[in-house]
Ligand binder design. Structure first.
Ligand code: BTN
Length: 256
């Protein structure tokens, strides 16, 4: 299978900040760990760590994330203001949703907070890890995984819930998608001073709103109708007793 080339990725990229440096590794345990090491060593804002395959990919809520050869796995190092942190989830999921649509023509939706879906199945997952010193962000790492060449049916644990853009690894698709993703990401990141626009675009793509949902967070379960989201990303669910409950983190499944 052809390897991704950092040179080719850079060549077609017209961004200023995101992707100004690209570090490519054929294989890594997780791009999150390498990005964190690089950030601690002083990597520039916008540095992107990309790998051909992860052997210990991480997902949200302490889950693992499958990214064998053929998938996209990358992490972006950012140094934002603390007030911008809630928008990073919105930026990353919107950039992924828009770039997948542009490159493949497939219609995408976002499931709160940041899963990107095609026909109701997950095609992309996002993990954000921050390092703070007091109330200052030392750095933030946004990890994005896109199923571009995953034989979903071969993995029992995700066979019913995940989808891949192709079942054959194709570095042409990956190259175009990575470039489009970094371009969309930068356009949104530069919009941060007008966070409201990012929030409104993200909210507009949420498949969750108006639906019956089950939210789980540790031992806690809330069932009801997802009514709204606010600008810091909090989800509000009206439960079966009519009470509005706040969900700031966790997992949401759509019911019915
Ligand atoms: C999720 O949906 O649970 C989040 C998945 C995030 C996966 C990406 S792949 C690149 C980066 N490296 C990791 O180990 N995880 C993120």
């Amino acid at each position: 299978m052809p390897e991704l080339s950092p040179y080719l990725i850079m060549k077609g990229l017209k961004t200023r900040v995101i992707g100004q440096k690209i570090l490519y590794f054929p294989t890594l345990p997780s791009t999150m760990d390498t990005a964190r090491e690089q950030a601690r060593l002083g990597a520039l804002e916008g540095t992107v760590v990309i790998t051909g395959e992860q052997t210990a990919g991480r997902g949200r809520l302490d889950r693992s994330w499958l990214s064998p050869k053929g998938n996209i796995a990358l992490s972006i190092i950012l140094r934002p203001d603390i007030s911008s942190l809630p928008y990073l989830i919105m930026i990353a999921s919107l950039a992924a949703a828009r770039s997948i649509e542009t490159i493949t023509g497939e219609k995408t939706q976002i499931k709160w907070p940041n899963d990107v879906l095609i026909t109701g199945k997950k095609v992309c997952g996002i993990l954000i890890e921050n390092e703070l010193k007091g109330n200052k962000v030392s750095f933030s790492v946004t990890g994005i995984g896109i199923n571009t060449g995953l034989k979903v049916a071969g993995y029992k644990e995700i066979a019913d819930t995940a989808i891949s853009l192709s079942s054959a690894p194709d570095s042409g698709l990956r190259l175009k998608l990575i470039q489009a993703l970094l371009t969309e990401f930068e356009a949104l990141y530069l919009l941060l001073p007008q966070g409201i626009q990012i929030y409104e675009s993200w909210r507009g793509r949420l498949v969750t709103l108006g639906k019956k949902v089950r939210a789980t967070w540790g031992e806690q379960v809330i069932e009801g109708v997802a009514e709204s989201v606010d600008e810091d990303g909090t989800l509000f669910i009206r439960d079966e007793g009519g009470e509005v409950r706040k969900v700031v983190a966790g997992d949401v499944t759509l019911r019915g």
